[in-house]
Design a protein around this ligand. Structure first.
Ligand code: C2O
Ligand code: CU
Ligand code: CU
Length: 459
């Protein structure tokens, strides 16, 4: 039976290659970087916030003014940045103005299961959802996106995603670049394909996802940013459905990674490249001192992400401190409850521990506030479709080891998503501090939609 499936898949891929129906990579250049709006807080009190989010359909011209059908939050593609502060109480008022079901999930936010926006929190067309929660974690760059059973990949592909920033007293005190849109910029990086009429061309087959030939950055193509400061903080989200990206500077220069998924690292990590799998974030600080008047490109592999044009006169905006934050230890990992998660995939479908997602089934029961060790493996197999970004809701965990070795500096802070390559074993230390039902899944959205997801009840 397997050989029939393989033969069918190969034939199908060949078929698609003969009839690609696509416009090829978009060759726009010279556009100014789109900077997402910051969402307005309707609550005047400093201790609380009220946000209005409308999920809507729209038309977006990505290429040559040709319009594509898209989806957006308070706009036609992607959404505004939601800026939260540690300790504040937040009410999110979400209105679904689509003609289809959706949910809004706060990826990386530590909130009760009922406020998490997973598949149980569907918002019917014309309906609202209004979770209320208190921000209970440190400064970080998180994000939000739909999380409905079976259709997340489409809704994200057509535009539903946005960033959430958390600030706190620690991030205020460090003197890091923090002037939004000036020396602190967000980059949502996504691969997409377009048809020659300018419409989005989302192509999946049973082998997996066909990588997009064009990079969208904050929903734009071929963009530049005018750098006016010696230090530029860039908050990068790999917002792709399935592609990994390795980010570097075209001049090979070293930059400093200062934060991972769940917040600041203890110390900046100087490197010339970082890899992010779908769902992962990194904050980096690039150094333009001595580069006045020069242009450096931020690359993903050998593809251009953003042209960084340093002004002829760039101002000193402070140095990156040598220590950033103290990360509280969860204690020794010995003697803790151990759970195993085996990631299994075949082409576009997948399972975890031999099971595909069932909304009516609780897969794991976890006790509130008790640290555990999770062992996540990705055994090689026929048609196994490569590495999987393993993501857990409602928590930020720490990586204990990758194939028995200590994690590298980029993975020593808080994480909510970890890439587990074929044949690898990753051990994590995890402790839930909120109650309710939470998802764990592969963040390749097509794998998630095809069942590579399970549920935890924390009580
Ligand atoms: Cu980015 Cu289950 O989420
Ligand atoms: Cu999530
Ligand atoms: Cu996967």
């Amino acid at each position: 039976a397997a050989s029939v499936i393989i033969f069918g898949a190969i034939a199908y891929v060949l078929f698609l290659n003969f009839f690609p129906g696509t416009g090829g990579p978009a060759v726009e250049t010279g556009n100014r970087l789109k900077i997402p709006a910051v969402l307005h807080d309707y609550d005047p009190s400093p201790d609380s916030a009220l946000y209005e989010i409308v999920v809507e359909k729209g038309k977006t011209a990505f290429i040559d003014g040709k319009e594509a059908d898209t989806l957006g939050y308070n706009g036609t593609y992607l959404g505004p940045v939601i800026r939260l502060r540690r300790g504040e109480t937040v009410e999110m008022n979400v209105a679904n103005e689509l003609t289809e079901f959706t949910t809004v999930h706060w990826h990386g936010l530590i909130v009760d299961g009922e406020d998490d926006g997973g598949p149980h929190h569907g918002i019917q067309p014309g309906e609202r959802w209004a979770p209320v929660f208190t921000v209970d974690q440190g400064a970080a760059t998180l994000w939000y996106h739909p999380h409905l059973m079976g259709n997340t990949s489409d809704q994200v592909y057509y535009g539903l995603a946005g960033l959430v920033y958390i600030d706190d007293e620690v991030s205020d005190s460090l003197g890091l670049p923090d002037e939004y849109g000036v020396d602190d910029i967000p980059l949502i990086v996504q691969d997409r394909s377009f048809r020659s009429d300018g419409s989005l061309d989302y192509r999946v087959n049973m082998m997996g996802v066909i990588p997009g030939d064009t990079l969208l950055v904050n929903g734009g193509i071929g963009q530049f940013f005018d750098v006016t400061t010696e230090r530029l903080r860039i908050r990068i989200l790999n917002g792709s459905n399935s592609e990994n990206f390795t980010f570097s500077m075209s001049d090979g220069s070293i930059f400093h990674m200062i934060a991972s998924d769940g917040g600041l690292l203890e110390e900046p990590y100087g490197t010339d490249g970082i890899t992010l799998s779908p769902g992962e974030r990194a904050e980096i600080v690039a150094d333009f001192s001595g580069k006045a008047g020069k242009t450096v490109n931020l690359l993903a592999g050998n593809r251009n992400v953003l042209e960084l044009r340093a002004a002829s006169d760039i101002r000193d905006n402070g140095a990156v401190p040598e220590r950033l934050v103290e990360i509280e230890e969860m204690g020794s990992p010995t003697g803790l409850k151990v759970r195993y998660f085996e990631l299994q995939s075949m082409g576009i479908s997948g399972a975890i521990n031999g099971k595909t997602f069932d909304m009516e089934r609780i897969d794991e029961k976890v006790r509130l506030n008790e640290p555990e060790v999770w062992i996540v493996t990705n055994p090689p197999g026929m048609m196994q479709s490569g590495g999987h970004p393993f993501h857990v809701h409602g928590v930020q965990f720490r990586i204990l080891s990758r194939d028995g070795k200590l994690p590298g500096p980029a993975e020593r802070g808080y994480k909510d998503t970890v890439f587990v390559n074929t044949g690898e074993e990753v051990r994590i230390l995890i402790r839930f501090s909120k109650v309710g039902v939470f998802m764990y899944h592969c963040h390749i959205l097509e794998h998630e939609d095809n069942g590579m997801m399970g549920q935890i009840l924390v009580e």
